[in-house]
Design a protein around this ligand. Structure first.
Ligand SMILES: CSC[C@@H](O)[C@@H](O)C(=O)COP(=O)(O)O
Length: 407
């Protein structure tokens, strides 16, 4: 795989004077992206035409009923939980029965659609309903603050609230329907966006191939697949695509301590789809890079700042440092809905801290003495300087060019 720096793209970087920037003075990072128009002829079959992903949720737009697959019980048990209100939506997100930034947004937004189909919302007058929706949205936003997709989906709801306020006569039934339609639209749009994302990202990675039948070894962290989205996934979606295109040697999945999304969920998905892979602990990443000839590291994202700094599962930053040391390209694969247009750098990203119990217990049993002081951030921020490219549904970007998407 070629590691040569790219010439592509004009710099359109927003400078943040307050940025808590990574000292890149001695870094010569691999920076390289290729876009579809640079690739020429290619064959592409959407995954939706080939197979069914694991279903992280089921939503019926007629009855406004929502069920989620309880990810806390995987891989041992497959059980669905009904989400009947925003309160239920908040709970399944907060306690991580659903997780992954795109899925959090979809479940949160759909829980509002469900909520509006029953009391007390059904019999509210317009003003009261309006305030109720605003309050419910704020509540949802407090569930998992780093996953920006939820904020971006709630922004869509806010736009509808603004628009509806200008309509006369005020009509609570119309307002409810507009919000429910928007939530459903958010949900179904993800599949189309996901295909564009996977096409951009997979063909970009494939274009670095030294030969037309080269097979890639890809390292990844956390779970970024069907269980983190309502589609085929982001980084794991690319791995899935490479596999169906016969271009994957194997995936190397990190266990992802302390919540083990890699061992519980990614291993489950990869086995389900019969994709060749190997599970390692997070502490084995450097040794695995040295041993197995990793071609690229692909990760998802929970929030990307305009300068390309990226928050993702804790451990991602370490992986980027290791990738840099081993001269392995490091890509973020994420839909545009994971970008926070309002922040210039990663220093502005709010990092969620999880309860200590998640770190000092394993499978419900103590793994450290009770009372052990811990620090348990759910995410870290990888500086843009360590990122080779950000691959999205709207094209592939060098981190420093990401802001051009919104220019
Ligand atoms: C497509 S998922 C992208 C990210 O949300 C994923 O990498 C991740 O960090 C998930 O963290 P989680 O704490 O399991 O919600």
């Amino acid at each position: 795989m070629s590691n040569t720096p790219s010439e592509s793209g004009e710099q359109n970087c927003i400078v943040d004077d307050n940025a808590d920037s990574f000292d890149a003075s001695d870094l010569k990072p691999i920076k390289k992206v290729v876009n579809l128009h640079e690739i020429g002829d290619y064959a592409w079959t959407p995954l939706a035409e080939i197979g069914n992903p694991l279903r992280s949720l089921e939503y019926n737009p007629d009855t406004k009923t929502l069920r989620i697959l309880d990810q806390l019980l995987l891989p041992g048990e497959t059980k669905h939980v009904e989400v009947k209100s925003v309160e239920d939506g908040y709970a399944v997100i907060k306690n991580m029965q659903v997780r992954g930034a795109p899925l959090i947004a979809t479940v949160g937004t759909l829980s509002l659609a469900v909520d509006l189909n029953q009391e007390p919302a059904l019999s509210m007058e317009y003003d009261m309903l309006f305030s109720y929706i605003e309050e419910r949205c704020q509540h949802l936003l407090s569930s998992r603050p780093t996953a920006i997709n939820l904020k971006n989906s709630i922004n869509q709801i806010d736009k509808i609230l603004d628009l509806d306020l200008r309509n006369m006569p005020v009509d609570p039934a119309r307002l409810r329907k507009s919000i429910q339609d928007a939530a459903y639209h958010w949900y179904i749009s993800e599949m189309a966006e996901n295909d564009l994302l996977l096409k951009n990202a997979t063909l970009c990675i494939e274009s670095f191939s030294p030969s037309s039948n080269y097979k890639f070894t890809i390292m990844t962290i956390c779970n970024t697949g069907s269980l983190a989205t309502s589609s085929f996934g982001t980084a794991l979606g690319v791995i899935r695509q490479l596999h169906v295109r016969n271009r994957l040697e194997k995936a190397i999945a990190l266990e992802t301590r302390p919540y083990n999304q890699g061992s519980r969920l990614t291993a489950y998905e990869l086995l389900h789809d019969k994709i060749p892979f190997m599970l390692i602990t997070d502490s084995m990443a450097a040794a695995a890079m040295r041993t197995f000839g990793v071609d690229a590291v692909l990760v998802g994202a929970d929030q990307i700042a305009l300068n390309g700094d990226t928050a993702n599962k804790i451990g991602t930053y370490s992986l980027a440092v290791l990738a840099h040391h081993h001269k392995i390209p490091f890509y973020v694969v994420a839909p545009v809905s994971t970008i926070n247009q309002r922040i210039l750098s990663g220093s502005a990203i709010k990092i969620e801290e999880r309860p200590a119990l998640e770190l000092i217990t394993f499978n419900g049993k103590p793994s450290a003495p009770q009372g052990t002081p811990v620090w348990n951030p759910a995410f870290d921020v990888t500086p843009a300087s360590l990122i080779s490219g950000i691959l999205t549904d709207k094209g592939n970007f060098l981190p420093e060019n990401l802001a051009s998407l919104f220019a």
